[in-house]
Design a protein around this ligand. Sequence first.
Ligand SMILES: Cc1cc2nc3c(=O)[nH]c(=O)nc-3n(C[C@H](O)[C@H](O)[C@H](O)COP(=O)(O)O)c2cc1C
Length: 234
Amino acid sequence: MKLTVFNGSPKGKKGNTQTLLDHFLSGFLSGGNHTCETFYLNEINGHEVNAINFSRAEHILMAMPLYHDSMPAVVKAFIEMLPSPSSHDVQGDIFFIIQSGFPEANHSRYLERYFKKLATRISRRYLGTIVKGGCNDISHRSDWMAKKIFKSLYGLGKFYGNGGSLDQKILHQLAQPETLKGVTLLFLKTGIKLGFMRSQFDRMLKKNRAYERRFDKPFLDSKEHKVSSKQEHS
Ligand SMILES: Cc1cc2nc3c(=O)[nH]c(=O)nc-3n(C[C@H](O)[C@H](O)[C@H](O)COP(=O)(O)O)c2cc1C
């Protein structure tokens, strides 16, 4: 079986999406006569070629991070430029990986529903969506630290390679926690109140010299925004 992979991370080969893909694909390829080819949707100029490869592929995996509770813009742009299905297209199947920073899987369920609909619209058989939260630093975690996640992805890949479907038991386990409850939720709420949870975002904002502008509302206050962007560009 040949699996055609579309990596929808804006960070391409360097992102966390690639790390999850690596483990899924090594399980998939362990099973014998399989091959895979990966296309990167962050290479915007390649969208037309990618769309042709998409229409021709029999088995497709699209993987991406959750950005702003949705798909990254590069994925949306790619989907919107896919041609309507024609009778010449391969009637193949499709499945997805959505991975996110927040630990709860429920953040990704809206996007999962969209992909289920998308599969019907593009006349492909929908095999399911692999959802995993808590992946913010996964590409920097050692194999030992991320042992459980990597093992599950490897297992899913192997199972898919063997039978062309997703193992529902692993899928369910990997998605835990679906929602945070009890002591963990209380701990998180306290952390947010005390400001601990902001430190990572604040560090990123400072690194990108955007910290001082973190309360900007450019779309709400468009008049002021126009003035400040004019000043910035002059
Ligand atoms: C611009 C941006 C928006 C994000 N929005 C969300 C979000 O809405 N929910 C969430 O759980 N994680 C969010 N994240 C975290 C990413 O989903 C997470 O870090 C992911 O592992 C990044 O994968 P990548 O390295 O392949 O881009 C966001 C990250 C960025 C950079």
